[in-house]
Every structure is written in C-alpha cells, then in structure tokens.
Design a protein around this ligand. Structure first.
Ligand code: FAD
Length: 277
C-alpha cells in the first residue's frame, strides 16, 4: 500500500433517497481515508442549503468536509454570512470558485473572478480556512489565451490560495505542462489532478465539450466502437484512468482528487489498482 493523498468530490443530491445513497457511498469511500470530502455548490441548479446540509453531515461523522463556494452573482454580505456559518461549524477548508451564472441571469453580483473571492475570504477570516482553487491544464473554456489563463491562476494563488485542484483531463502531458508553466511563474502550491472515472461515454462526451476537457481521439474512437456494450466501456475506462493516475503520480502529482459523481465503485476500484489504502 502507498500513502498517496486523495480527496473525493460529491454533489448535493436533489432527493432524500439521493441523500441516503450518498451516506452509503461516503461510508464506502471513507475506507480509503481521504484527506477531505468536498461538496459542490450551486452547480446543476442545486441550492447553497443543500451543500451546507451535506457538509454538516460529513463533519458530524468526524470526517473532513470542504464546501465549494462560488462567488458569481453574490454580494459581500451573502458570502460573509456563509463564511460565518462555516466558521461556526469549524469547517477549515473551502474550495473557492467564481462559478458560472445560469444563462439568461443578468446580475453578476459584487465579485467578478475567483481571485476576488480568495482575497475577500482572507481579509474576512485570516488563516482560518485552507483555500483550494480551480486549475485548468487544458485551459478554461472562456480564457482569451493560455497566457491570460495562467496569469489569472497566478493571481488567485497570490491572493492567498493554499492548493489547487484541476479540472479533469485525460492527457497527462497537459497537466505536466501546466505545472511546469506555473512553477516558472514562481508558484509552488500543490496542484492536485482532478480525476473523472468513466462510467459511460455519451454523457461524459457532452459534459467534456461543455467544460473544455478533451477526450483524446484514440479514446473517443475506442468508446464509440463499444456502442452500447456497457461492460467494455467500464473495463476500458478503468484501464485508461488507472494508467493516467499512475503516470501522474510517477511524474510527481501530489495526490488525486476524484470526481466520484456520488458513486463509490469506480473510485474504489481505481484506488485498489493503485494500491492506495
Ligand atoms: P476564475 O479563476 O475566476 O476564472 C474564470 C475565467 O476568468 C477564466 O477564463 C480566467 O482565465 C478568467 N479570469 C480569472 N481571473 C481573472 C482576472 N482577474 N482578470 C481577467 N480574467 C480573469 N462550478 C460550480 O458552479 N460549483 C462548483 O462547486 C464547482 N466546483 C468546481 C471544482 C473544481 C475543482 C473545478 C476545476 C471547477 C469547479 N466548478 C464549479 C466550475 C467553475 O465554477 C467554472 O469552471 C467557472 O467557469 C470558473 O470558475 P473559476 O473559479 O475557475 O474562475
């Protein structure tokens, strides 16, 4: 067994059944002893209250919980109120994001970019929170250029981020290149690769197009060739994602952050293959 640090991301379920199922998922994944479980915020129409409810449950189980917090569309006052709640619950880690406004929503609020949120949290709460920020090895889809995106990332770090979690990707070289570029800017915080296990192909392809993560052609063609054969898709997905993790860890990645999609099986199997306790 090795001591690779992992973390796992959940989204807040929409139904009581989903919440119950997540408890079982969490119990299973807790066996992997993740450094923390993070909980998304505001994505896919979920409400801040749902994030908070799951975060509170995780903390009550004695596990480390890291709520995501996105700032677009928010006021300083509303963010301050959320920070106060998290402080009162002794939450010590936040994933600080800009987030995306739902299309058609006009008011961008008082924050424009994640670096402003990081700066605000530091100003309001000092060193209470460990702050994680997002990183994009294949570049953020709205970035004007890689150079601008890199500069924006450095700005977030200089504002007070402790660590970064990347968007998922299937091309290890993109990660290594990103880390090299960031180090050349004098940034030395850990950049933890985000890992998306593959349970199916068509949904993943749609999602990847939207968030700017590339599924390499050779993988895409293989998946397409499997048609509806779910077992082959799963087996191939497990092989490629495990190999990706091996390459990342061998190349110096400081840990792995799993986008588990509230399911335990694939993350558990990948960690088993990687011999992560
Ligand atoms: P930023 O770092 O602000 O960057 C956004 C864009 O603006 C980039 O193109 C960047 O180059 C540019 N930019 C940044 N700063 C500046 C600046 N100062 N001046 C000019 N340009 C700038 N979304 C959710 O809604 N909820 C979640 O819980 C969630 N969790 C996530 C977790 C991770 C690990 C990741 C990688 C993404 C997550 N997202 C989530 C998605 C994220 O909110 C979107 O990708 C969003 O579009 C950007 O957020 P950000 O914090 O990276 O923004």
């Amino acid at each position: 067994m090795n001591h690779t640090e992992i973390s796992v991301e959940f989204f807040p379920p929409q139904t009581p059944e989903g919440v119950e199922k997540l408890r079982a998922t969490r119990a299973k994944l807790a066996e992997l002893k993740p450094e923390f479980f993070s909980v998304t915020y505001g994505a896919g129409g979920s409400t801040p209250e749902r994030t908070f409810a799951i975060v509170r449950e995780i903390a009550a189980e004695g596990l480390s919980a890291a709520p995501h917090l996105s700032c677009i569309g928010s006021t300083r006052e509303s963010i301050r109120a959320i920070l106060d709640e998290y402080k009162a619950e002794n939450i010590r880690r936040i994933v600080a994001l800009r987030g995306d406004l739902p299309s058609g929503t006009g008011d961008a609020g008082e924050f424009r970019y994640a670096n402003e949120l990081v700066e605000f949290i530091r100003k309001e709460t000092g060193d209470h929170f460990t702050l994680e920020v997002a990183a994009y090895p294949e570049w953020h889809p709205q970035a004007r250029s890689p150079a601008d995106d890199l500069a924006a990332f450095v700005k977030k770090v200089k504002a007070g981020a402790n660590s970064a979690i990347t968007q998922y990707f299937y091309n290890a070289d993109a990660y290594f290149h990103f880390v090299d570029s960031v180090r050349k800017q004098g940034v030395d915080i850990p950049i933890v690769p985000g890992i998306m296990p593959i349970s199916g192909f068509s949904k993943l392809a749609r999602f990847s197009d939207a968030c700017g993560a590339e599924i390499p052609r050779w993988m895409r063609r293989k998946f397409e060739g499997f048609g509806d054969d779910a077992d082959s898709i799963k087996a191939f997905g497990l092989d490629v994602v495990t190999e990706l993790c091996e390459r990342l860890l061998a190349g110096g990645a400081p840990g792995l952050h799993f986008y588990c999609m509230n399911q335990a099986a694939l993350t558990t199997e990948i960690c088993k293959r990687l011999k992560i306790a």
